[in-house]
Design a protein around this ligand. Sequence first.
Ligand SMILES: Nc1ncnc2c1ncn2[C@@H]1O[C@H](COP(=O)(O)OP(=O)(O)OP(=O)(O)O)[C@@H](O)[C@H]1O
Ligand SMILES: [Mg+2]
Length: 231
Amino acid sequence: MIAILILLQMLSSPVTDSNVIFSQEAVTKKFENPRDIDKEKKAYNFIHRAEFTHISAPYILQTTEHEITMTYAPGIELSELIENADMELLNRAVRKTALGFSELHTKTNAYKTKVAHSYNVPGIKQQPAVIHGDPHPGNLFYDEATDKLIFIDLIDMTPSLQRHIGGPLARDAVYARNYIKLQAEYSGRKKADVEKIMEIFDNHYTFPIHENAREYYNFLFYAELKHLRNV
Ligand SMILES: Nc1ncnc2c1ncn2[C@@H]1O[C@H](COP(=O)(O)OP(=O)(O)OP(=O)(O)O)[C@@H](O)[C@H]1O
Ligand SMILES: [Mg+2]
């Protein structure tokens, strides 16, 4: 079990140069590169400004050159729920995860407030869409009290230039779905229960993904996983 969680973590992020300190009131995340602090801070502020209905995030309390101190994410980490929650709660968490990613990927007004980087490419009509970028269940919390999906670890959150059906949005959604599936399988969930949560995800993630893109990102996901198993 620990091995698969480590694999999931490794697969999730190309670079992780941070570590996290938990105190009673707050969480402090350390960064080697101050530019990453700026990226993450802008992404957190974006989530709060964009008036999402399904998504929220912790609040940043303080930053220094190498640290961000933020509030605790409310609720329970999705990875914890996948392993231990009863099916009723897990179903709700997965439903909200799909709704949350749908909202992030489709809510056009959200983009106007801009995330970390904003591109202005002449001749390309900029389409509104934002991706989480590292959508594994250790970076997602489900808050039952508010029925919201809570995003953390937003260092890879970026705008996507086009909302075409095979681009970064598709990667975000396919990876989020596959992480949930894989962890549920490795947690010993029954086959029928894994199928049920996948059905819930598919019924609530509404952005259209081209079948070729789905196949491509599925292939990449499992290829990366296989590679990690062999290193
Ligand atoms: N605000 C928070 N509230 C609760 N838990 C948190 C918070 N921030 C971080 N954590 C916990 O610490 C872990 C690591 O934090 P985070 O994901 O931000 O760092 P990371 O090292 O970049 O992770 P990754 O391995 O995904 O690259 C999270 O998976 C979560 O369990
Ligand atoms: Mg993380």
